[in-house]
Ligand binder design. Structure first.
Ligand code: SF4
Length: 465
């Protein structure tokens, strides 16, 4: 069988932007380095597909074991279907130079039911597009398809004892939607194949498609021509308005001079970006909070809390994607003691243990944090100062996260260090699953907790001056 040209992933890239598909196929080296945060999000819920297979037990996996074996997998699927196999996992089909791997294929009389699993709690338009492509390829392979369904996670499912697979998943029949989309899919496949035959990349300017539905892999390449700083470095303006302003005025000085809708907050961020200078103007409320803090006899501590969000509930009483605290660090702000680090072993739900300990530890102390995300304990969250526009730094050109606050405070990460909460959460999840590098990952989480609590201290010192 001839090698395929399109896959489900490349087809979806082409639906987002034809140039993205072209560059992926012809110039993969131009791709941006994938940030660790995105890799962590991708690997979330990798076990979901395996659990969903239990809805249809007894299947045989026909999937390729190596990227060179796709056509072998197509032949193996055909063979299993011909041999009376009732359930096939990772069933491979190819038609019109397009190859897909279907999560679960189930015999239904002399026809077949197809199921694709999504590790999500809702169905997005991209999932419907992806189902329509798979439907197209399966039907064009000559298979009598009875139905196509998407399987996704029931957000209301609460774990009670062992996982109840039937209650954990929701199955939605999307056959009619797939049928409605067939002429679009057919035209799109043809358009993508013709475009990939061209000698040059299609001419497509940057636009909202660079971020929707996913961040494109070639932003570094395509956005080189955009002079920085630009309106795309102003986090208080959403992407749609950023493009409107950019197309109307171009650079920041022009926008500031001519656009009446720019508010005070946006003006501050634009001026900071132009002048490469931070802005600090504490409000009456913040000054009162600080005064109260200085007058308090309690010792002051910086605190950092880490959470993880397992796709499938791990502990009784929890739901899919529930946020669970698993670690914290505490540091006295007067430099009088060591940083206290605690990482729960995760055998039982660590959330309660974390907050019990913190409540106990914080009885006679005042706590400060950044993006602290809890109501269980009383903490002065310094992020409100950033959210209210009292502090801004040009390093915060996409958001007000602790990662960019670190840059603003000139804290440079060490090579290989964790740089965001999402990655720390991913490492913890891997440790709980017995990852072979658990020791190294635990050390990285400890270093991150230490660095983050120091960041709070440094930011507080800066604001206090
Ligand atoms: S960065 Fe934007 S224009 Fe460039 S390939 Fe990606 S989506 Fe297309």
């Amino acid at each position: 069988m001839e090698k395929h040209i399109l896959s489900k992933t490349s087809y979806i890239k082409g639906v987002q932007c034809l140039k993205q598909l072209y560059l992926t196929k012809k110039y993969p080296k131009l791709r941006d380095r994938l940030p660790a945060e995105r890799l962590a999000i991708f690997s979330r819920g990798t076990n979901v597909g395996i659990y969903a297979q239990e809805l249809f037990p007894g299947g045989i996996d026909a999937g390729p074991k190596h990227y060179t074996q796709y056509q072998k997998a197509v032949a193996r699927t055909k063979e299993l279907m011909g041999n009376g196999q009732e359930v096939i996992y990772e069933a491979a089909f190819q038609a019109d130079k397009t190859l897909i791997l279907l999560d679960i294929l189930v015999r239904n009389g002399d026809k077949w039911d197809a199921y694709e699993v999504k590790s999500s709690v809702k169905l997005s338009r991209t999932y419907y597009n992806d189902a329509a492509l798979q439907y197209n390829v399966i039907v064009n392979s000559g298979i009598a398809l009875n139905s196509f369904s998407l399987i996704y996670i029931n957000k209301d499912y609460k774990l009670d004892g062992d996982i109840n697979i039937q209650k954990l998943f929701i199955i939605t029949d999307v056959t009619q939607d797939c049928i409605k989309q067939q002429s679009f899919v057919k035209d799109k496949i043809r358009e993508e194949l013709i475009m990939l035959n061209q000698d040059e990349s299609p001419i497509i300017g940057v636009g909202k498609q660079c971020f929707e539905p996913y961040d494109c892999d070639f932003i570094g390449h395509c956005w080189k021509g955009i002079k920085r700083p630009s309106v795309f470095d102003i986090p208080s303006i959403d992407i749609s308005r950023q493009f409107d302003l950019y197309n109307k005025y171009g650079g920041l000085p022009n926008i500031l001079q001519n656009e009446k809708s720019i508010d005070e907050f946006e003006t501050i961020e634009m001026n900071c970006q132009i002048e490469k200078m931070p802005h600090l103007d504490l409000s009456e409320n913040t000054l009162n909070d600080f005064e109260e803090l200085y007058n308090s006899k309690n010792q002051k501590y910086a605190v950092k809390i880490l959470y993880f969000i397992p796709a499938l509930p791990l502990y009784s009483g929890t739901k899919p994607y529930q946020k669970i605290a698993f670690a914290y660090s505490l540091m006295p702000l007067d430099g009088s003691g060591n940083v206290e680090l605690f990482i729960a072993n995760g055998q039982n739900n660590p959330n309660e243990e974390i907050f019990d300990r913190l409540l106990n530890d914080s009885k006679n102390i005042d706590l400060l944090g950044y993006n602290i995300n809890t109501n269980y304990i009383e903490v002065l969250d310094l992020q409100q100062i950033v959210d209210n526009g009292e502090y801004y730094h040009p390093a915060m050109n996409t958001d007000y996260s602790n990662k960019l606050l670190s840059k603003a405070m000139d804290i440079r990460p060490q090579w290989g260090a964790i740089e965001s909460d999402i990655v720390a959460a991913q490492y913890y999840d891997e440790i709980l699953r017995g990852h072979k590098k658990s020791k190294e990952k635990l050390l990285l989480i400890k270093n991150y907790l230490q660095k983050e609590v120091e960041l709070v201290g440094k930011f507080f010192d800066y604001l206090s001056q």
